[in-house]
Every structure is written in structure tokens, then in C-alpha cells.
Design a protein around this ligand. Structure first.
Ligand code: NAD
Length: 250
């Protein structure tokens, strides 16, 4: 079967572990030159080595710009375009979460969450859109969350950032459609990654009991949605927030 992303060049932020790492693998399997973006040189190169060992011959590369620095992101994305000829797919996946009560929230932690979960999405989207506009099209996929529907009972900064991701996604899909740039988001439910591993069992078990499909998501479940939205199978899908959450209603 023809690879779904053959000839495409993709960037995946937060590609060193968890959902991002699974997206990088999926995009590589489907033939895209894929550049993973890590927060630090050390972790980015470690993930790169791991991928090269797991997928010999795959066209994978790594970068580690400060995602809160738009100029740094822009320069790095332009280098990718020069090196590989285009930048066709941007998966904005990097994100952090915190579960603190509002009464204990440190202001700097609130800023940190918004800086990565929304401001970096804006910075990366803008840098990529400038290239995509010039080359005649592209795809941006953001990472929302199922908590972007009704919030969550504590840790207000995280759902606030994901509501903002949905707003940015819908707005940019309208603004960038005329340039043949599709913009969508995936809203994962609770997914087995490091982000969830730190949560106490008494918090996780009731969540799983509430999921109609009876299990939490595996990273591959989420990566498959990122593949669909990146591919031509989704050629007329833009402005969608796709829940991948086992039919959970929260
Ligand atoms: P994770 O903690 O396993 O991975 C997070 C990734 O973000 C890592 O690659 C990390 O290097 C990167 N990152 C963290 N801080 C960074 C920074 N300052 N600059 C650049 N990169 C940074 O998390 P995950 O569970 O794989 O989450 C990935 C995305 O999915 C996030 O946006 C998260 O909000 C979202 N999400 C996760 C779940 C879940 O249950 N795991 C549910 C809904 C949404």
C-alpha cells in the first residue's frame, strides 16, 4: 500500500517521548521526512538515536529551539525548509500539565503552562504558516485535550490553555484556508504517558471506569488521529477538534 505521507516533510514538537514520539514514528512509517523537536539538545539527540536504532534508514532529524522564542523557531523552521525542500506538516504536541488547586497555584507556573501550551503553539504555527503560505499549502495539527470541553476540577491553567488551543485552531483554520493550509486539533482523552504516570491511582481509576470503551488511550490511538489529519484522507477537514477519548463525556 502507498505510504500516506510520502514526499512530505513534518515537524513534531515534544517529539522526544509520549504521544509526540508515537507521532514521529507513525509519520516516519508513512514516509514523511520527520523532524522531532525537543526541549533540550540532550533529550532530542537521545530520542533521535533511539529512533534511528528502532527504524534503520528512516529520514529523521532533531532540533531543540526555545519554543517561546518566535525568532528562534522561525530560523529553525526555515533551516528545515532549506535542508529538505518544504515544511508540509506541523504537529504542535509539546505540552505540560499541572493539577494544583487555584489557592496553591504559583503565578509563574500558570505562566509556564500558557507559555508552552498556547504561546508556543502560536509561535510555531506562525513560523510554519509563513513557509506554507509561500509554498502553496500545508497542515497544522494542534494538541488539545478532552478537558477543553468542560474543564477539570483542579489545575485550572491546563484546561484554560487547551480551550485557547481550540480557539486558535478554529480561528487559524478560517484565516489560513485561503492559502490551502488546513488547521485542526486532536483532543486526547487520558492517555498512557509520563504525564499520566505521575497521577495517583485513586485519580486514574474513577476516570477509566467512566470511559465507555473501558480503557485509557495508548499513544498509538492518538498518533493514528494525527496521521489521518496530516494525510490527504483529510483533504477537506479543517477547523475540527477531533476527540480521541473512547466516547468519554466529562
Ligand atoms: P509527556 O510529558 O510524555 O511529553 C511532553 C513532551 O513535551 C515531551 O516531548 C517534552 O520534551 C515536551 N516538552 C515539555 N516541556 C517543553 C518545553 N518547555 N519546550 C519544548 N518541549 C517541551 O506528555 P504527553 O502525555 O505525551 O503529552 C503530549 C501532549 O498531549 C500535550 O500537549 C498534552 O497536553 C496532550 N495531552 C495528553 C494527554 C494524556 O493523557 N497524556 C491527554 C490530553 C492531552
Amino acid at each position: 500500500m502507498e505510504q500516506m505521507l510520502k514526499g512530505k516533510v513534518a515537524v513534531v514538537t515534544g517529539g522526544t517521548r509520549g504521544i509526540g514520539y508515537a507521532i514521529v514514528k507513525k509519520y516516519l512509517e508513512e514516509g514523511a521526512v520527520t523532524v522531532l523537536c525537543g526541549s533540550r539538545e540532550e533529550t532530542a539527540l537521545k530520542a533521535l538515536d533511539k529512533l534511528k536504532a528502532e527504524m534503520p534508514g528512516a529520514s529523521v532529524d532533531a532540533i531543540w529551539p526555545d519554543l517561546s522564542n518566535r525568532a528562534a523557531v522561525s530560523a529553525e523552521f526555515l533551516r528545515i525548509k532549506e535542508k529538505y525542500g518544504s515544511l508540509d506538516i506541523l504537529a504542535n504536541n509539546a505540552g505540560i500539565s499541572q493539577n494544583t488547586s487555584i489557592f496553591e497555584y504559583k503565578d509563574e507556573d500558570f505562566d509556564k503552562i500558557l507559555d508552552l501550551n498556547i504561546k508556543a503553539v502560536y509561535a510555531c504555527s506562525r513560523a510554519a504558516a509563513e513557509i506554507m503560505k509561500e509554498q502553496g499549502g500545508g497542515v497544522i495539527i494542534n494538541t488539545s485535550s478532552i478537558v477543553s470541553y468542560n474543564g477539570q476540577g483542579s489545575g485550572c491553567g491546563y484546561p484554560a490553555s487547551k480551550f485557547a488551543v481550540n480557539g486558535l485552531t478554529k480561528s487559524l483554520s478560517r484565516e489560513l484556508g485561503r492559502y490551502n493550509i488546513r488547521v485542526n486539533a486532536v483532543a486526547p482523552g487520558v492517555t498512557r504517558t509520563d504525564m499520566v504516570a505521575v497521577l495517583p491511582d485513586e485519580m486514574i481509576q474513577p476516570i477509566i471506569r467512566n470511559i465507555p470503551l473501558g480503557r485509557m488511550a495508548e499513544v498509538e490511538d492518538i498518533a493514528n488521529a494525527f496521521l489521518f489529519l496530516a494525510s490527504d484522507m483529510a483533504s477537506y477537514v479543517s477547523g475540527a477538534i477531533l476527540p480521541v477519548a473512547g466516547a468519554v463525556v466529562i
